[in-house]
Design a protein around this ligand. Structure first.
Ligand code: FE
Ligand code: FE
Ligand code: MG
Length: 167
């Protein structure tokens, strides 16, 4: 823990650590949801969608890396037991039990929308209080916004393909 780095934070550090750990748990769940969805996916455009899902999985894992670095820097303890991920995460884990491409896309769009809300909240809470975490949350938020749009445009293409194909 860096003592001066912690001392400049203008908010309760334990509250901040709680928010960082919540985001950390969500990133692991998002990683697994994407990673497994990419393996199971079936239906039109599945190869293009699987490639995007796999890329997003690696990006979610990188978000977990960024968050755990900040948690440790602040003297906190990242959630050590995966059993705690569900309780800690503000965003749901949606098991890819139905492998149809549209269902997988919708599940992950919902996940991204939750993540966008969570990082917006982290930014609101840290604004003018903790510039380092604020900047970290912005970096991750930019990528979650990109993820949502990637998935929605794949879903739009899929919907076009399915509706034109049935005419
Ligand atoms: Fe993420
Ligand atoms: Fe994401
Ligand atoms: Mg992408």
């Amino acid at each position: 823990m860096g003592t001066k780095g912690r001392a400049i934070i203008g908010m309760d550090v334990d509250e901040l650590l709680g928010l960082l750990n919540a985001a950390y748990a969500s990133e692991w769940l998002a990683y697994y949801q994407y990673w497994l969805g990419a393996k199971l996916i079936k239906g039109p455009m599945k190869d293009a969608v699987a490639a995007e899902l796999t890329l997003h999985a690696t990006e979610e894992l990188n978000h977990a890396t960024l968050l755990t670095t900040r948690i440790i820097q602040l003297g906190g303890a990242p959630v050590t037991d995966p059993k705690q991920w569900f309780a800690a995460s503000p965003c749901a884990y949606d098991a890819p039990d139905d492998p149809y491409v549209a269902v997988i896309l919708e599940q992950n769009i919902t996940g991204e929308q939750c993540a966008i809300g969570a990082y917006k909240k982290l930014m609101d809470v840290t604004k003018d209080k903790d510039m380092v975490t604020y900047n970290l949350a912005l970096t991750i938020l930019e990528q979650e916004v990109e993820h949502e749009e990637d998935l929605q445009s794949l879903k739009d293409d899929l919907d076009l393909m399915v509706s034109r194909g049935s005419r």
